[in-house]
Design a protein around this ligand. Structure first.
Ligand SMILES: [Zn+2]
Length: 197
């Protein structure tokens, strides 16, 4: 499955005896949320010192795409996902507390792994806050153009509680070519369902 694409230099020992290839599937733990990536993560392996380097294109774009995909997913957010989403919109926790009308300590508890979880209606407000920030074409531009967002879907959403033994959902992405308004065709992150792990 591995395709050798080009020769490079080892970042550790400067050897040219390296192999660079694209991984068909790779799971990344991106600040606490699991993301499956199809066919675009590049691995460079050195034959001499055995150093391996993983390279993921457009990480910022991936964070935004994963955030939007996650808020449209019905599984209840766990603490690390709340933190991931808050950071994806660069919202300091004290500002988050202010918006939600809660104490900063409550944000820490929501983002921790303890007992106190975010309430269902508060979670919906938070999801919409994240969605509007990342998908706002007028202000900052659409940061996840290939991932669908609709606030009404979130308002009407029946959020599924996390099963005690269950994990947070694995979100899968691939690079697709897309022509955006007034721009050239470019590679962007899109959700994908093929090639399950
Ligand atoms: Zn090396």
């Amino acid at each position: 499955m591995d395709r050798e694409t080009k020769l490079d230099i080892c970042t550790k020992c400067n050897s040219t005896h390296v192999k660079t290839y694209t991984l068909p599937y790779y799971v990344e733990n991106l600040h606490g949320i699991r993301i499956g990536i199809n066919d675009c993560v590049i691995k460079t392996a050195c034959y001499l010192c055995k150093e391996e380097v993983i390279s993921i294109p457009d990480i910022n774009g991936l964070v935004s795409a994963a955030a939007v995909a996650r808020i449209m997913h019905t599984t209840k957010l766990n603490g690390s996902e709340i933190k991931f989403l808050r950071k994806a919109i660069k919202l300091p926790s004290k500002d988050f507390a202010k918006i939600m009308g809660i104490r900063p300590e409550t944000v820490s508890r929501w983002e921790g792994s303890g007992e106190q979880q975010i309430g269902y209606s508060e979670e919906k407000i938070f999801r919409i806050l994240v969605g509007n920030k990342l998908k706002n074409e007028l202000q900052e531009g659409d940061k996840a153009p290939a991932v669908e967002y609709d606030y009404m879907t979130i308002i009407k959403m029946v959020i599924n509680p996390i099963r005690p033994s269950g994990n947070a959902p694995l979100l899968k992405f691939a690079r697709v070519k897309m022509k955006l308004k007034n721009q050239k065709i470019q590679d962007i992150w899109d959700e994908s369902e093929f090639k399950a792990a």
